[in-house]
Design a protein around this ligand. Structure first.
Ligand code: NDP
Ligand code: GDR
Length: 350
């Protein structure tokens, strides 16, 4: 049975990737952090007691900031594939905890690559790189050759991760690849990322549990895809004989404002905007109530205004194409949050 090691297994992507790899017959090992409350909600449905047969998902405690732990893990498990998804992944939070973000998102990648090199194991390595590398965009759409201009401590740390992955590939002949993934979402998306924040609020407003949604820059443009489509591409990259770097995106760009409008539209409410800048308000035309307001607290010290990926290389070389696009994504997420409210036993997306 092929073994894979996933860091960040408790996150959005880690949970979908685990399902995907188990479906392909892998034994999946995941690194989890010790927390005072359980942080395994997204993967609990995959858990099997070791005393009751051979589980396909095995969890280990660890942390990207602990080299000895990573070395030991790699030696003990001997994975054929390593997916490094762990990160302090929130851009705005990285302005508040820049040093820790660099520890985990930059040096964490180095620790892993060096552990592979030093132990000499024959493992293929996937690094979760990001469209945030493009930051202040130098070219539209962005491809694998567009210059980087990171705009946050998160993106700067991820730029180190990108280059050290490439450097270890070129220096030590490691099978190490970067997936430059544009924003991808799902009903399992963390609740403080913009898409999930919107769909949770729309569901709550629709059910009369919340009055208003407070937002930052609603004119930011993003290329939003569906997380289960994107984890498949991570796996495809590691099945290639030659490691390489790929943009993974839908090729469509929409504003945060459109996401809000579409999500309200899905529950039968039309939003009209009045005012401008921080005074702007979104009015629900069916009730005349203000349901969206701007709160400058959600503005970032440095903003990434627009991102649009060109996934042609992924299509040309690996035959990958996204199945879910913007309108369907908004529906899936809004329905997920409505269902979560209506059925207390329902765990979102499972
Ligand atoms: P999440 O924030 O949902 O998950 C992050 C995961 O990393 C969690 O499992 C978290 O554990 C773990 N983690 C954080 N810090 C550490 C650490 N020091 N040691 C070990 N584990 C740690 O992120 P996503 O699933 O959305 O993203 C996966 C990866 O892809 C991240 O690296 C992200 O930066 C990158 N990315 C994401 C994109 C997206 O749109 N989703 C786009 C491009 C790149 P815990 O549960 O304990 O907090
Ligand atoms: P991003 O995602 O920063 O692109 O990083 P996020 O959903 O946080 O923001 C997207 C855009 O929406 C604007 N915005 C708001 N964002 C949040 N979180 N909350 C708000 O209230 C709000 N109002 C407006 C933001 O300013 C931004 O322009 C995500 C993460 O998953 C990264 O780990 C990943 O690398 C990138 O996507 C690609």
């Amino acid at each position: 049975m092929k073994k894979a090691l996933i860091t960040g297994i408790t996150g959005q992507d880690g949970s979908y990737l685990t399902e995907f790899l188990i479906g392909k017959g892998y034994e999946v090992h995941g690194i989890i952090r010790r927390a005072s409350t359980f942080n395994t909600l997204r993967i609990d449905h995959l858990y099997q007691d070791q005393h009751e047969g051979n589980p396909q998902m095995i969890l280990h405690h660890g942390d990207l900031t602990d080299s000895s732990n990573l070395n030991r893990m790699i030696e003990q498990i001997g994975p054929a594939e390593i997916y490094n998804l762990a990160a302090q992944s929130h851009v705005q939070v990285s302005f508040e905890v820049p040093e820790y973000t660099a520890e985990a998102d930059a040096l964490g990648v180095l620790r892993f690559l060096d552990a592979i090199k030093e132990t000499g194991i024959n493992a293929r390595f996937y690094q979760a790189s990001t469209s945030e590398l493009y930051g202040k965009v130098m070219e539209v759409p962005q491809t694998e050759t567009t210059p980087f201009y990171p705009r946050s401590p998160y993106a700067v740390a991820k730029q180190y991760g990108y280059w050290i992955t490439k450097n270890y590939r070129e220096s030590y002949n490691l099978h190490a690849s970067n997936g430059i993934l544009f924003n991808h979402e799902s009903p399992r998306r963390g609740e403080t990322f913009v898409t999930r924040k919107i769909t949770m609020a729309v569901a709550r407003i629709h059910r009369g549990l919340q009055d208003c949604l407070y937002m930052g820059n609603i004119d930011a443009l993003r290329d939003w895809g569906y997380a289960p489509d994107y984890v498949e591409m991570m796996w495809m990259m590691l099945q290639q004989d030659t490691p390489d770097d790929y943009v993974v995106a839908t090729g469509e760009m929409h504003t945060v404002r459109e996401f809000i409008e579409k999500s309200f539209e899905h529950v039968g409410r039309k939003i009209e905007w009045k005012g401008s800048e921080v005074d702007e308000e979104g009015i629900d035309t069916s009730t005349g109530k203000t349901v969206v307001r701007i709160d400058p607290r959600y503005y970032r010290p440095c903003e990434v205004e627009q991102l649009l990926g060109d996934p042609s290389k992924a299509k040309r070389q690996l035959g990958w194409e996204p199945k879910v696009k913007f309108a369907e994504l908004v529906q899936i997420m809004t329905d997920g949050d409505l269902r979560l409210l209506d059925d207390p036993k329902y765990e979102v997306g499972f």
